[in-house]
Design a protein around this ligand. Structure first.
Ligand code: MN
Length: 307
């Protein structure tokens, strides 16, 4: 099943090139923020996927190209993210020619996991604005794991039971020395989509390949088999730190090929068995806050990465 939100936050299932509107069976549905009704609905579908079958048969359909897709989980309780989780990305960040040349870039054992705010989530087709003219912002192509059941203290073998599905995810990141939640938490810095594909449709989560093009240029090619911490291990680790809730999203880390995002770019992430997530980047950087003026940019430039 491919679960999507579309148009005015209606709930749909994707069938080939059609969207089946199943909004009528979603308890408490409303088109206003924070879309909290989605989380118990995900939990209910996770426990009983058949509950939507009768709605699927009789609900109205629309051509996919006629709808505006939204972020499939617009307001989870949290986005938990893995730092350095692919060996070759670890190398490109440190080493001799890395973004942090000479630095010894560590792994999850050293950094732990970090959080991105739910307010950084955007959906397919949205336009994001880069926050700082003088700072480098990078793309990180990732797989997002969506949780289906409240859970805590899981061992790896229990992870399958709580994974609802998968979605494409971009972990946009300003480079520099500040803590990750600051650099990776700006509005628009967590595009997800184009929908959530339930776990049963992904044959092997440890062999899921994906690729990111910026404009027409291939930048990143990844496969989850190259992860340092597997998806199941990440779910387990995350559940020891914090209770997982239905709808929670886990960003699983990025492979090599991380590169700069520039104004006017179009990012296109394609994940096998999931689909294509496209995001546009505004032609202009964000203006510094008026009361801070250029000082704000300079302050951040001086503290930034050596790029
Ligand atoms: Mn990342």
């Amino acid at each position: 099943m491919k679960l999507a939100l579309f148009d005015d936050w209606q709930v749909g299932c994707i069938e080939e090139q059609l969207v089946v509107d199943i909004t009528d069976i979603v308890p408490g549905w409303s088109n206003t923020w924070p879309y909290g009704w989605l989380l118990p609905f995900i939990a209910a579908v996770h426990e009983d996927p058949m509950m939507i079958q009768s709605a699927l048969a009789k609900s109205p359909r629309k051509p996919l190209e006629a709808v505006r897709l939204r972020a499939p989980v617009p307001w989870p309780s949290k986005v938990i993210a893995a730092p350095v989780n692919y060996k070759r990305h670890q190398n490109e960040m440190g080493g001799k020619s890395g973004v942090y040349a000479g630095a010894n870039i560590k792994t999850i054992e050293d950094y732990g996991l970090f959080l991105k705010p739910s307010s950084s989530i955007v959906g397919p087709g949205e336009c994001i604005t880069l926050p700082f003219k003088g700072r480098r912002t990078d793309h990180e192509a990732e797989i997002g794991v969506v949780i289906g059941r409240k859970a805590r203290n899981l061992v790896e073998s229990e992870a399958d039971g709580v994974i609802f599905g998968f979605t494409g995810l971009l972990d946009l990141s300003v480079r520099g020395g500040e803590d990750r939640p600051f650099r990776k938490g700006f509005d628009g810095f967590c595009p997800i989509g184009p929908w959530v594909v339930t776990k049963d449709e992904v044959k092997d989560m440890d062999a899921l390949s994906f690729r990111l093009d910026v404009n027409a240029e291939r930048r990143q090619v990844g496969n989850t088999r190259d992860m340092i911490y597997s998806i199941r291990r990440l779910v387990s680790l995350a559940s020891y730190q914090t209770t997982l809730y239905p709808g929670d999203v886990i960003a699983t880390g990025t492979p090599e090929g991380v590169g700069e995002v520039r104004p006017g770019d179009r990012l296109r992430l394609e994940v096998d068995a999931i689909g294509v997530l496209e995001i546009d980047v505004d032609d202009n950087y964000a203006e510094p806050p008026p009361h801070m003026g250029e000082w704000f940019n300079q302050f951040l430039v001086s503290r930034g990465a050596p790029v």
